[in-house]
Design a protein around this ligand. Sequence first.
Ligand SMILES: C[S@@+](CC[C@H](N)C(=O)[O-])C[C@H]1O[C@@H](n2cnc3c(N)ncnc32)[C@H](O)[C@@H]1O
Length: 237
Amino acid sequence: MKHHIITSADGSTSLQLEQFDEAYHSINGAFTEAQHIYIDNCLEKLSSIENLTIFDVGFGSALNAILSLAWHISRRDGSGDILYCGIEKYPIQLSEIEQFNYCDKISEYYNIPLNKLRDLFIKIHHSPWEEVCEISTNFKLIKNRCDIADLKDEFYINRMINGGLAAIFYDTFSPATQPELWAEEIFVEIANGTPEGSILSTYCCKGIVKERLRKAGFNVSRVAGPPGKRHIIMAVK
Ligand SMILES: C[S@@+](CC[C@H](N)C(=O)[O-])C[C@H]1O[C@@H](n2cnc3c(N)ncnc32)[C@H](O)[C@@H]1O
């Protein structure tokens, strides 16, 4: 999907699609949005769980991945196992990654040396697809190049190798741009493949999305959103 780099309101970079009126992140703050939705309202709620599998649907520029790793290093002291499973149909070019400035903000927020974080960000992007790679102590990554709409429940079950619970970051483009990616069938496969107590969080708060998540077996609640967005969804299996 053709895109170009932009700077969002909190100073962090994002990507703007050329053919749609949509960016990879909120223009009100890419870092602020991702921290609020995927860390504060998802990972933090699972922080007492030793072994976590994170499904990042729409891996993109790996903002959610580097944030999760910073959270793991800083808030959990690198303890407890995390398997980070990125799902992406249109990987970005490696030549683009130098343009992203996420590490500056994240280094400040989590008090992690900037050089260390930059090295980890590069390691995340350079790790081979379809292979489990150790990125940092107790933090493994597997990037899957595939279409979320093709995945069946076995995919999720097979990735739950550590046991524990799953955090699902549902971060595809909006229903206006990609309506097929918000189908009930996709949520059913995710629900059937992940253990009770797992949490799916997403920036989209449309009624139809809430209804489909409920029908798929999630307990859905609306929580306050990041700047520029009144509500987001937190859905517990
Ligand atoms: C809103 S962006 C999220 C970006 C990402 N989380 C980040 O921090 O950069 C949506 C992402 O979903 C990916 N995507 C689009 N269609 C997809 C599909 N059918 N299956 C999996 N990923 C898809 C896009 O390429 C893009 O990277």
